[in-house]
Design a protein around this ligand. Structure first.
Ligand SMILES: [Zn+2]
Length: 137
């Protein structure tokens, strides 16, 4: 299967019944804006990374994959968690991990969204009153 697309299997008995076009953009917005796990970017021509907590300069530090667990509340669904591995720069002053948006970050996030979508499936599908029959389960 393609990365992050495993929840839409062709010929699956349950074709993305809980399809919700707003979900992906919503999660992206959570990760990049509302949850404030990203480093602070300053500068106009050349963006420099700064620690989101103590404002220390993160230049010259390498990003490493780090696991972030985000609490998400989507519409009126019960809160759930998104488990995501993103490149992050650890601050040498305060130790805070600052997620950074690198080339492959969005791909990683898309995978995480697909997973979250999958785990949310039961919850979301329960909302569609016309189509709640679980086949073969
Ligand atoms: Zn810091």
């Amino acid at each position: 299967m393609f990365l992050g697309a495993s929840f839409i299997k062709p010929g699956d008995a349950k074709p993305a019944r809980y399809q919700d076009d707003a979900f992906g953009p919503f999660i992206l917005d959570e990760i990049f804006r509302r949850q404030s796990i990203m480093s602070r970017l300053k500068g106009i021509l050349k963006k420099n990374h700064y620690c989101r907590k103590c404002d220390a300069d993160l230049m010259g530090l390498k990003a490493h994959r780090r696991r972030f667990i985000l609490d998400i509340v989507y519409k009126d669904n019960p809160p759930f968690k998104i488990d995501i591995e993103m490149p992050a720069i650890p601050c040498r002053k305060c130790g805070t991990s600052n997620a950074v948006n690198e080339d492959n970050t969005e791909q990683i996030i898309c995978g995480a969204i697909a997973k979250a979508f999958e785990s949310l499936g039961g919850i979301l599908s329960g909302k569609h009153k016309t189509d709640v029959t679980e086949q073969g389960r």
